[in-house]
Design a protein around this ligand. Sequence first.
Ligand code: C5P
Length: 226
Amino acid sequence: MNYTVVLPAAGSGKRMKADKNKLLLELADQPIFLHTLAVFERDEACTGIWLAVKQSEQAIIEAYVREAGFTKVRGYATGGKERQDSVRACLELIPACEVVLVHDAARPFIEPVVISNLVQTAYEKGAAIAAVPVKDTIKRAVDGKVLETVAREQLWTIQTPQAFRYPLLLQAARQALADAFLGTDEAMLVERLGEPVHLVESTYENIKMTTPDDLVYGKAILEKRQ
Ligand code: C5P
């Protein structure tokens, strides 16, 4: 099943303690976002890649893409203040397709098998998101005092990619804008339309490069895979 991928890449480097977009930081001699792009460039089912970027960074990102010889990048949208705005900008730009995948450009370690499971499930059921079971004990607390321990069996950590029938996600994104609703992932926008969202099991290696520690962990993952 073919799909189009939207990669939000218009964030900052604040939590990474970097003075530039963390995606431009190098991991094994390549900016982080190029590792992510490479996964989709190699995937035969991926028919087009669209990036949301900051206007001020578009030229440098385009230059990296050209130099890497990638051929599937179809276009760039101007990112917005929130990640949700960046994703919506892309969704408004891409040609209609059956399945669209949204994936953080900051998650370079996504496994191809997870992508294909997501795309297939979204095609059949409308919406599918990458998830891993919660490993730690989770407690609800206020002012440092525990209120309760939450049963872990039903808890999942949610990642990207998140895959959707394209018209469904576009409708959800437009509705969220109209309602000034800000979600923490795309699935939330679809959930509020009353549509079911299905989990697809992912891997713990699919980390989002967020803090300086992740650069160390990321390097270890790359070395292990080589
Ligand atoms: O900041 P965080 O790591 O959670 O962002 C997840 C992804 O969303 C990153 O790839 C980042 O570049 C992107 N993003 C964006 N526009 C924003 C904020 C984040 O495209 N306004």
